[in-house]
Design a protein around this ligand. Sequence first.
Ligand SMILES: [Zn+2]
Length: 326
Amino acid sequence: MIVSIIKSCKICCLLLITVLTSFESIAEFSIRSQKIGGTNFLYLHDVANYFGLNIRGQKKNYSVYSDQHNIKITLGSRKFSINSIVAYFANAPRLSKNVLLISEPDMTLFIDPILRPNGLPQHSINRIVIDPGHGGKDKGAIGDRYLEKNINLSISKYLAAMLEKKGYNVLLTRHNDSYISLKRRGNITREFNGDLFISVHCNAVTRSNVSGVESYIVTPKGLRSTGKTRIQSKNVSGNRFDKLNARFAFELHKRILSVTNSIDRGIKYNRFQVLREASCPAILVETGFLSNPGEEKALANSSYQKKIAISLANGVIAFHNALNNN
Ligand SMILES: [Zn+2]
């Protein structure tokens, strides 16, 4: 038993040396781990020590925190929050033989890039692609009075103008009510050599009381999309930026919530085509629900659209700053 713990601990340290290269005193830490159902789970107390975090909680609910950070987890639940932002683990944290465990890929691909900007890969930002979802024959979500494609375009144009003002080189995948295939959106980004990709959308469901903002990034290889049980076994183009995607989404999602005061539906993993085929860090933002009368009214309002655009622009700048401080 001891031998196997030491063995798995060594494997884990090696893994973390690869992933957390810029942390100087790595050798002093040993993060124990165990494999459950093919997934490597880390001892939460060891991880907390590594990051200088404390743990408090009981039964199912725990906070892993410091003066600067607070991660709230519920055992058996994929939903959690990090610094008050909702997100979803690919593997729920669990308790095994009285040891709190957190999945290693969730830790290294999502939480670490948010806790430690100096753990982010190098990435320069100059060219930004803004993708107003849908267009032309593809109307997107249909509200009582407004169409998603038009709201997406309006928010995107405000965002493009703001980012251009900040000195970025910006390209819209469409400038008017034209149909552009999903494939073409990816190609446009590649041809432009885009450094960031932001796809702007509005949501809709059958129940009118559902509201809120959600942001999507591509599901990493070996993990599950949010709400799904199937593991994504293949690497796709967008997976080259898994860690950058996590931090990028965190910065944008946090800011859009703070200006809209909307319900936080979380940062989610999905394999939408525009995210799969991304040639740079990419996010798809669902800015609100056209099926909700209050949100439809707000989303159709130009000052609300500008607020969303400002929050996204500020998120880009915050992400850029995090990379520059790397
Ligand atoms: Zn859409």
